[in-house]
Design a protein around this ligand. Structure first.
Ligand SMILES: [Zn+2]
Ligand SMILES: [Zn+2]
Length: 191
């Protein structure tokens, strides 16, 4: 439980017996989901993204990770899940007793309210359609002065759709200014 400053944890005796709201207590399901992600942490990285699976509820594409390119039988099993069109954020891609359950995985600590995974954009062995960082739609992505100006300031500017912008969201950015980065790349003596 975070204390009033938000970045420390209260000692146990203060938490024990204190009124805990659901806000502070992850559900059993969430705990299991995070534990699964933790044990898969070596797989849940951009270079291990092999495909995407669309959530049947929120319609966002979630990354599918595997140690190497999907084998013919893994691909066939994956396509069956895709065609089923019943995958929902937070679920495993394959059920526990499935032969590929621990070989072909998705991030599980993800809900239908979660934005896109950053690995969607940084996948190296496959590339996907640009889509809004927040809602995942692929059309009505902004390419206006706002985005252009951000692009000149940050090395990464995630796509943002008009609806999300209209609802008050800012484009997700990070990284140092492109100008600074370029300057750093020039070897000394070449000015
Ligand atoms: Zn979803
Ligand atoms: Zn959006």
């Amino acid at each position: 439980m975070p204390d009033d400053t938000g970045d420390h944890y209260k000692p146990f005796f203060e938490v024990y017996g204190a009124h805990t709201t659901d806000e502070h207590r992850p559900s059993l399901n969430e705990t299991l989901q995070s534990a699964t992600d933790k044990s898969n942490h070596k797989l849940l990285i951009a270079v291990k993204v092999r495909a995407v699976i669309r959530c049947s509820e929120c319609l966002r594409n979630r990354c599918v990770y595997a140690p190497s390119k999907l084998s013919t039988s893994q691909m066939a099993a994956f396509i069956r899940v895709q065609e089923d069109n019943s995958y929902i954020c937070g679920q495993p891609l394959f059920p526990c007793n499935h032969e590929f359950h621990s070989d072909v995985v998705v991030r599980q600590a993800v809900a239908c309210t979660s934005p896109m995974e950053t690995t969607y954009y940084s996948a190296t062995t496959v590339s996907f359609e640009a889509c809004c960082f927040y809602c995942g739609v692929q059309d009505s992505l902004l390419n206006d002065d706002y985005i252009t100006s951000l692009r000149s300031q940050y090395s990464v500017v995630r796509p943002l759709c008009k609806m999300c912008r209209d609802s008050g969201k800012e484009a997700k950015t990070w990284g140092q200014s492109k100008m600074k980065k370029l300057r750093c790349k020039v070897p000394p003596g070449q000015y």
